[in-house]
Design a protein around this ligand. Structure first.
Ligand code: SAM
Length: 673
């Protein structure tokens, strides 16, 4: 992880790194040099045009050193100005010492033509110096992924295949550590077979290293007074494409041996992708896939979307971060930050509808144990301030509008979603179709047609990819024999209507949660019941909710007052998994996995060289429990990246935590399978 922000001096108003003793960009004209070296010599913007890209897939650019963002903005501008249909763009940039937003603004101020792009970037530029940040522009058609960390230790943890490399990063004489063999061998492993690169340097060590990794080299004239520069492309090697995509640390069991380097001819189908289930996971998946340019439909057995446990008035974005900075905390942090930005962005895309309420989430330190947990979380390696910070009772009272005697953790950018209004907004764009009253009975892969065929009560539909998002029902689709060890977990919330009750302005959490009041209606809960699948409201569960809120928020209202004001509530079945993390990714074929990995039952360290067996083009996005608002949108991004072959939004280690094959492997080792 980066230790510091980049330290900058200004020489004639040009940013100069005091760390490396070098300029961030050319003293002559940084923008012109960027366009000349990186764009022109990667054959851009020509390659943005759709006729160039097979299947119209997004184009992935990987850059070493984001610096001032000049190369990124020059690329964005060229992409934006290209007339006609174009490929989507995915720009992954690694930066060890991120510059502050202020320094970026100053660095770029000399180019008015970049102003609109620069402003859009700075509005969402992460105010933290670590992590993997995914930022979407142009309605989701342009993605910037900023990986803050050392390229040599961090980039290899991510799965991707680059079409273009921008090798920047100060001159090799000033920054020899970055231009390492680790980087060059990563370039050859993690590139499409004809990937290109460009760089300003022609140092012999760089030429030798690139050529040793299979890159052809050309030395065109350099920019301005510079004698030369370097560019070239990767010569096709016999490695299968999927091995070029997945990080080396990806466990074999989570990579399919079925996917080959050749993409079978695209079949004529009704849709590019069909999504089974219209809850929050299905809706986010439909939104993400359709934004990525695919023709998508949701198939829902109920009469409307949102369905199932997502059909509530208010879906709260509530996350509990582990006190130590382990992989679980990293996953939740990534997912939460992604979701906050996701709903913020979509809300600004659909201003005529109000569905995202970033009112903030307050976790009060309502007892000694919770107080200690919160203090511990902030002690070592605390999460970034912009995500969560400790506040005292005065501030907690101000944010919530309630008289609170304790402080707690404050998540300023979290909030709640009105899922109905969200669906209405999305339906205005008609980006995806929805079939309701359609229960999927069977799914079948056609080997000859290379597509999925699904059968519902009243119709058949076909698609190249199928994504299962129907929570607890996922295991009941005939034709798919996989392993989803999910359990329904009944949850009931209680609604009371009273103009007298103090109105909460944010989500307040203790043992349960209280949502912000709407039209004098206050909603709180929720119960957890593994023993019933009855979704009718129960009086005894209202009593449980009342007793609970009396315990953790006693001063808000007395029990009698609440009891008399009950007007109803909501009950749904959450879908939970044995480790409380969702199930997201390609769907394993149970029988084949059992056959290949059965030795794990006797030797847990065996089968290291085996690859997994997965259904072709079949994905799952389920098991979000009560954390759908934190994980569903991030999971949808992962599914979209897998289908569109763009860089996966999380490291290999974190991806394994949600991998659908993990339970087969784990349960074989535990002899449960
Ligand atoms: N491409 C940038 C632009 O458009 O403004 C300019 C990049 S600047 C010349 C080099 C950048 O590489 C610096 O921001 C520096 O912090 C970063 N860098 C240097 N070594 C690095 C490493 N090992 N890993 C990641 N970033 C590194």
């Amino acid at each position: 992880m980066p230790k510091s922000l980049g330290s900058t001096d200004w020489h004639d108003d040009i940013p100069f790194s005091t760390e490396y003793g070098d300029y961030y960009y050319s003293k002559a004209d940084g923008l012109a040099e960027s366009r000349y070296v990186y764009l022109k010599h990667n054959n851009l913007p020509e390659r943005f045009s759709t006729t160039q890209g097979e299947n119209n897939t997004p184009l992935t650019i990987v850059e070493t050193g984001f610096g001032t963002g000049l190369n990124f903005l020059a690329t964005w501008e060229a992409w934006d100005k290209l007339p006609g249909p174009k490929r989507q763009l995915y720009y992954l940039s690694v930066e060890k010492h991120p510059l502050s937003a202020q320094n970026i603004a100053r660095s770029l101020s000399r180019w008015p033509e970049l102003k609109p792009y620069q402003q859009a970037l700075l509005e969402v530029y992460p105010d933290t110096n670590e992590g993997f940040h995914i930022i979407k522009f142009a309605g989701g058609r342009l993605t910037l992924a900023l990986l803050f960390g050392d390229i040599n230790s961090e980039l290899s943890k991510y799965s991707f295949a680059a079409d273009c490399w921008y090798l920047d990063g100060f001159s090799p004489s000033k920054n020899p550590d970055m231009w390492s063999d680790t980087l060059f061998s990563l370039m050859s492993q993690r590139s499409v077979s004809d990937a290109t690169f460009a760089t300003f340097t022609t140092a012999k060590t760089i030429r030798d290293s690139l050529s040793a990794q299979g890159f052809s080299l050309i030395k065109p004239k350099g920019y301005g007074k510079k004698r030369d520069m370097l560019c070239g492309h990767l010569n096709t090697s016999p490695q299968p494409e999927m091995h070029r995509f997945y990080a080396r640390s990806t466990p074999g069991w989570s990579v399919s041996s079925f996917q080959t380097e050749t993409n079978p001819a695209a079949a004529e189908t009704d849709f590019d992708a069909l999504i089974i289930g219209g809850g929050i996971a299905g809706i986010c998946t439909a939104e993400a896939l359709s934004s990525s340019g695919l023709n998508v439909a949701i198939i829902e057995q109920n009469d409307a979307i949102p369905s199932g446990a997502s059909a509530q008035r208010q879906l709260a974005m509530y996350a509990k971060l582990p006190t130590i900075n382990n992989k679980e905390r990293k996953f939740i942090t990534h997912s939460l930050m992604f979701s906050q930005a996701y709903f913020r962005r979509l809300q600004s895309q659909y201003p005529a509808h109000t569905f995202w309420n970033a009112c903030g989430v307050l976790q009060i330190a309502w007892n000694e144990k919770e107080l200690q947990r919160q203090q511990q979380l902030m002690l070592n390696n605390p999460p970034p301030d912009s995500l969560v910070r400790l506040i005292d009772s005065d501030e907690a009272s101000t944010h919530s509008g309630l008289q609170l005697t304790t402080g707690g953790l404050w998540y300023p950018h979290s909030g709640w979603l009105n899922p109905n209004a969200f669906c209405e907004a999305l339906s205005t764009s008609k980006r995806f179709k929805t079939y309701t009253h359609a229960k999927v009975h069977q799914a079948r892969w056609s080997d000859t047609g290379n597509h999925w065929q699904i059968t519902t009560d009243n119709m058949d539909l076909s698609a190249q990819s199928l994504i299962i998002c129907n929570a607890n029902e996922a295991k009941h689709i005939a034709g798919i024999e996989s392993y989803f060890p999910t359990k329904p977990l009944r949850g009931q919330v209680t609604s009371v209507k009273s103009p007298q009750l103090p109105k909460s302005r944010c989500i307040v959490c203790g043992e349960g949660y209280l949502n912000p009041a709407q039209d004098d209606v206050h909603q709180f809960g929720a119960t957890y019941d593994l023993n019933s699948e009855d979704t009718r409201l129960s009086a005894s569960d209202h009593s449980l909710n009342l007793a609970s809120i009396q315990k953790w928020l006693p001063a808000w209202a007395d029990k009698e007052q609440l009891h008399e004001a009950i007007i109803g509530g909501f009950c749904g079945l959450r879908c939970t998994t044995p480790d409380y993390f969702p199930i997201v990714g390609p769907v394993p074929v149970l029988a084949e996995m059992r056959r290949k990995f059965s030795r794990l039952r006797v030797d847990a360290s065996s089968c290291a060289d085996e690859f997994g067996e997965f259904y072709p083009n079949l994905y799952v996005n389920i098991g979000h429990g009560s954390k759908g608002m934190v994980t569903a949108a991030f999971a949808a991004e992962l599914i979209t990246s897998l289908i569109r072959k763009t860089p996966l939004p999380l490291s290999d280690e974190l991806k394994s935590m949600v991998d659908p094959a993990r339970f087969i492997i784990r349960h074989l080792k535990q002899k449960k399978l």
